[in-house]
Structures are given as structure tokens and as C-alpha cells.
Write a protein that binds this ligand. Structure first.
Ligand code: ZN
Length: 282
């Protein structure tokens, strides 16, 4: 079976106010897994969150970044996935080593959505994970903050991740009033393996062969980390000169791995001095 490259593809239904998105991730997801030894339960949740982030990026109407965080109170404290408006994804999980390999417990968790335009105001929305899963929390978020009916389906088998979204745009009077119930009901018959394995055209035909579905050109998704010597330097700067100098005295240099991509950054004495130009005046 041939699998499409990582992508996000929009579709709509003629004569309705309903649109959707489909995403499949393999390479970008594997790039994340290659850099971490996540237990299977974490790896699957990270994949689902990456698929969710890709679907959400369809709503980015400007250059910038979108971050989804799942904050939990148990042995898994954080799941985070990010995308740029160009579909460049990265993700991370923070958890303690005593994690049991059961299902993740999302009870009392929060879903935090952060949108950072390159120009303009940063925006953050927080939704309780009331329904016990990320897909339901995303639907709740759109209901509460955007007054848009939305349904999400997310799946990950540890190798691939995929997502499916339907969204109801503000209606005009003459549109098909039953379409939302009909289309979401049909979507709920979709099996996980169909979402993971079928190409978009086949999947949409299988669900909606009696509907007029319009499929738009797909956009590519990929793994890309945004770390740099400069960004790590900015983070180090916040620790203060004395703290950094004591590490230099002990270890000769400061070695930092990017938490997302494991890239190693090294700061020698002169690199640290450059972070504090005001100290070089005298
Ligand atoms: Zn990185």
C-alpha cells in the first residue's frame, strides 16, 4: 500500500456551510519519535496531538505559530505539539519515569491553545479536558471560544497519526439544515484503521458518496525545530551571569540539548560573555 506524504487537505460539501480537514503524519511523527524514547502510551498521545495541531493550523490566517499543550496533574505533566503556518511541526512530552503503561488519564487536564502571530498580539485559550480526550476538548474549545460547531477524530498507532475534522461555518438561510447531523453521523462510522490507511479521496468517497464533496489541494507538513544558538542563549541569559559562570568554572563549557530535537548547543566562556555585553564595558 502506498501512503501519501505528510499533508493537510481541506474539503467542503457543496450546498452546505460545512467544511473539513484531513491530515496524515508519518515522517514528521517518526522524526519526533527518533529523538526520544517515549513509552507507547506517550508516543500515541504525542501523535494524536500532532495530528490535532496540523488540523488546527488550517485556522491560522497569518504568519506565525500555533501550540497545543495538554497539561495534566498525574505522572504525565505535559504533552505539547507546535506548528508554523508553513506546516512545520515539532512535539514533546514531559513525564516521570514511573509511568505505568496504561491509558493516559486526561481527567482534570487542560488543553491550552496558544497562537503567536509574527506580527501582532499573542493569544491563549484554555479549555478543560472534560470529555476525557483531546478530540472532545478541541470541539469544546471551538464551541466556547469561536461559536463554531466542530468535531475532531484523532488516531495514532505508534507509526502513523491521522486526524479528521468537520466544522460548521456560520450559515446562510437557504442552506441544508440537516447536513451537520448527517455528515457528523457518517463520520462517526469511520474506523481508526480507515483513517490511518485510506487516501483522502477513497476515505471521503466511502463516507460521503451521496454528497457533493469538493477536495482542495493538499499542503505539505514536515518536521522542523525552531531552536538556534541565539534562542538557547536567550534562555541561558535568564539564569543570570553568576549562575552561568559557576557552571563554566566547574565544567569548562555549558552544554545544552534542545528539548525538542536533541540538537546540542555548547557555550564557551566567550559565548557567555557575549550574552552579557554590559559586563564588558569595564
Ligand atoms: Zn531543537
Amino acid at each position: 500500500m502506498t501512503q501519501a506524504a505528510d499533508q493537510l487537505q481541506r474539503f467542503s460539501f457543496d450546498g452546505t456551510n460545512i467544511r473539513g480537514e484531513l491530515t496524515q503524519l508519518h515522517d514528521s511523527y517518526q522524526e519526533v519519535l527518533n529523538r526520544h524514547q517515549y513509552p507507547p502510551v506517550i508516543a500515541r498521545a504525542v501523535g494524536e496531538l500532532m495530528a490535532a495541531t496540523a488540523l488546527m493550523s488550517a485556522n491560522l490566517k497569518f504568519a506565525g505559530r500555533l501550540t497545543l499543550q495538554v497539561r495534566l496533574s498525574g505522572s504525565v505533566s505535559l504533552l505539547q505539539a507546535e506548528t508554523s503556518h508553513q506546516g512545520e511541526l515539532r512535539a514533546i512530552a514531559r513525564y516521570d519515569d514511573q509511568l505505568s503503561n496504561d491509558e493516559l488519564d486526561f481527567a482534570d487536564g487542560q488543553l491550552v491553545i496558544t497562537v503567536e502571530p509574527e506580527q501582532g498580539q499573542r493569544y491563549q485559550g484554555i479549555t478543560a479536558i472534560a470529555g476525557g480526550n483531546i478530540a472532545q476538548a478541541l470541539s469544546d474549545y471551538f464551541e466556547q471560544s469561536e461559536q463554531l460547531g466542530s468535531r475532531f477524530w484523532l488516531v495514532c498507532d505508534g507509526t502513523r497519526a491521522a486526524g479528521f475534522m468537520l466544522q460548521k461555518m456560520p450559515a446562510s438561510a437557504d442552506e441544508d439544515p440537516d447536513a451537520w447531523d448527517r455528515l457528523t453521523h457518517l463520520a462517526s462510522t469511520l474506523k481508526d484503521e480507515e483513517l490511518l490507511q485510506l487516501d483522502n479521496e477513497t476515505l471521503l468517497h466511502r463516507l460521503y458518496h451521496e454528497e457533493a464533496v469538493r477536495l482542495y489541494p493538499a499542503s505539505a507538513l514536515s518536521f522542523l525545530c525552531t531552536c538556534s544558538q541565539e534562542r538557547i542563549g536567550t534562555a541561558l541569559h535568564q539564569l543570570g551571569y553568576d549562575e552561568l559562570q559557576s557552571v563554566l568554572n566547574e565544567q569548562g563549557s555549558i552544554a545544552i540539548n534542545c528539548e525538542f530535537c536533541q540538537q546540542l548547543y555548547r557555550f564557551e566562556q566567550h559565548d557567555v560573555d557575549q550574552l552579557f555585553p554590559e559586563r564588558q564595558q569595564h
